[in-house]
Write a protein that binds this ligand. Structure first.
Ligand code: P6P
Length: 320
C-alpha cells in the first residue's frame, strides 16, 4: 500500500513552528471544507438549491450553501484558541475573539463559497482562505487590514469532479485531493509551478467598451496570437486552470465597477500569494496586488493574474 501524506502530515513535515498551532488551525479549515463538500455533493438531493431568501452584506441573494459554508468555517475555526479574528465575505464586520496576544496569534480571512451563483447549474465552486499573523502592536482592526505580502498562508478548495485543496505557506504550492473513501485530503502534487506561458486568456469581455486604456488592445493581441478563450465565471475554477495550464485571468475595472468586482482580502490576496509562489504574477493594473495596503475588509480590486509571459505583456500594455 502506498504511503499517503495528509495536510496535517505535510504541515508537520514542512512547518518549523513546533507548537503545532498552525497545523491545528489548518485542520479547522480542512474539517469545514469537508463538511461543505458533503453538502454540495448532496445539494441536488436535499433540495438545498434555491435562495435562502436573505440578502448578505454584499446585497447578493444568499444561497443556502453560502450560509452553511460560512457557519461551518465560523464554527470549526472559532473554536481554535489560536484564532484572534475571522473575516468572512458573508459578514459585514470581523468576528473578534477575546484572546491574549500569545494565544490568539492568527487572523483568518475567507470567502466561504465563491462562485455561489453557479451552484444551481452544477458548476465548480470554491472556498478561498488567507492567514495572517496577529500584529503584536496596535488594534485587532489593524491586524485584519494587513497587505497581502504579510500573509503566512493562503489556499483554496475547489469543489468539482474531484475536490482539491491547494495551499502555500510561502514555501511552494502544494495540492491535495479529497479521498472520499477515507475522508482525508491526500497529497497529490508538491511545489506546483504555473507554466511560464499558457494557451488561454480568461475574461468576461461584455464590458470591453468601458475597460480602461490598454485592456482591450491586450486581449485583442492575444486573440490575434491564437490564444483560446476560457471563462467559467467561477473565480476558483478559472484560477485553478490558470495555475495548471498557464495563461491569464482578468477581471478589469469597468464603468459599473470602477474598482473591479473581486475582493482584495479574501480573493485577490490569497490567489496572488499562490500565483507568485508558483512562478506567476498578480496585478491590480497599476501595481502588485500583494503590495496594496487595505483600508476596509470588503474592498474590491481589479485582478489580473497569470503566467510570467502573459503578465509581462500585460504590464507593457498598461504602460504603452
Ligand atoms: P462576472 C462569481 O459570482 C464571482 O464572484 C467570481 O467567482 C467570478 O470570477 C466572478 O464573480 C464572475 O463575475 O461579472 O463575470 O459574472
Amino acid at each position: 500500500m502506498a504511503m499517503i501524506t495528509t495536510v496535517q502530515g505535510h504541515i508537520q513535515k514542512n512547518i518549523s513552528e513546533a507548537s503545532g498551532t498552525f497545523g491545528w488551525l489548518m485542520s479547522g479549515i480542512t474539517l469545514a471544507t469537508k463538511m461543505i463538500e458533503a453538502k454540495i455533493r448532496a445539494a441536488g438531493l436535499s433540495d438545498i438549491y434555491g435562495a435562502f431568501g436573505q440578502q448578505n452584506v454584499q446585497g447578493e441573494q444568499q444561497q443556502k450553501l453560502d450560509v452553511f459554508a460560512n457557519q461551518a468555517l465560523m464554527n470549526c475555526l472559532g473554536t481554535r484558541e489560536s484564532v484572534a479574528a475571522l473575516v468572512s465575505e458573508e459578514d459585514e464586520q470581523p468576528v473578534m475573539f477575546d484572546r491574549s496576544l500569545d494565544t490568539g496569534k492568527y487572523i483568518i480571512v475567507f470567502d466561504p463559497l465563491d462562485g455561489s451563483s453557479n451552484i444551481d447549474v452544477n458548476v465548480n465552486v470554491g472556498t478561498i482562505f488567507s492567514v495572517h499573523k496577529r500584529l503584536t502592536w496596535g488594534s485587532l482592526e489593524e491586524s485584519v487590514l494587513q497587505p497581502g505580502l504579510k500573509q503566512v498562508a493562503a489556499g483554496y478548495v475547489l469543489y468539482g469532479p474531484s475536490t482539491v485543496l491547494v495551499y502555500t505557506t510561502g514555501d511552494g504550492v502544494h495540492s491535495f485531493t479529497l479521498d472520499p473513501t477515507i475522508g482525508a485530503f491526500v497529497l497529490s502534487e508538491e511545489n506546483m509551478k504555473m507554466p511560464a506561458k499558457g494557451p488561454y486568456y480568461s475574461v468576461n469581455d461584455s464590458s470591453v467598451a468601458t475597460w480602461p486604456a490598454g485592456y482591450a488592445e491586450y486581449v485583442q493581441a492575444m486573440r490575434d496570437d491564437g490564444y483560446s478563450a476560457r471563462y467559467i465565471g467561477s473565480l476558483v475554477a478559472d484560477f485553478h486552470r490558470t495555475l495548471l495550464k498557464g495563461g491569464v485571468f482578468l477581471y478589469p475595472p469597468n464603468k459599473h465597477k470602477a474598482g473591479g468586482k473581486l475582493r482584495l482580502l479574501y480573493e485577490a490576496n490569497p490567489l496572488s500569494f499562490i500565483a507568485e509562489q508558483a512562478g506567476g504574477k498578480a496585478s491590480s493594473g497599476t501595481g502588485r496586488i500583494m503590495d496594496i495596503k487595505p483600508t476596509q475588509i470588503h474592498q474590491r480590486t481589479p485582478f489580473i493574474v497569470g503566467s510570467k509571459h502573459e503578465m509581462e505583456l500585460f504590464e507593457k500594455a498598461m504602460t504603452a
